[in-house]
Design a protein around this ligand. Sequence first.
Ligand code: CA
Length: 227
Amino acid sequence: MAKILIIEDENKIARFVELELKYEGYEVEIASDGRVGLEMALHNNVDLVLLDIMLPGLSGIEVCRRIRLDSSVPIIMLTAKDDVTDKVAGLNIGADDYMTKPFAIEELLARIRVALNRQSKMYQPKVDVLQIGELKLNLTSHSAFYGEDELVLTKKEFELLEYLLKNKNIAITREQLLNNVWDYEYLGDTNVVDVYVRYLRQKIDDKYGIHLISTVRGVGYIIKDEK
Ligand code: CA
């Protein structure tokens, strides 16, 4: 069941919502301070955040903005009375929805279901198999096949191949590959790209006698559709 974080300094509201959510079967955590809430939103693996705007420590708007720098977790803002400015500000910085206090609990529950549903749909990869010639990459199971043979690829090799395949017929620079496939610690050191392309060529091109990844001189690499 989904875990919901309530960031709300009004104890009565927080407890009331907690009880209702638990009754519906959700796991619930509560923070009564903006700073603590932000930490919990980023590190406690929560599935949805209910976020009050007027908070001690850090305002709800600021908490929302900082969560969005790192996470796409659904956020429903809880605004006092009918403050239009707060609503607009919240939605502008990435909140998914807002509720005006006092709210009917049934309506809050309905909006939570909608937000969780939308999120779970968003996470389903649109394409789950990438294919070129005999090579197939299954993005759901993270497995790769050449014909009937399963290829043994490391995580990075798989991700590099995935990125090149998603952008097939486009020359991709080493910097693009670094930015999209590697973590920041490698930024600037494009040699790592060449090393991994070599691994992939050993495992695929050399083994099956094909020419999968081409070097584009002065640019980077490309996987082209067979003609
Ligand atoms: Ca408050």
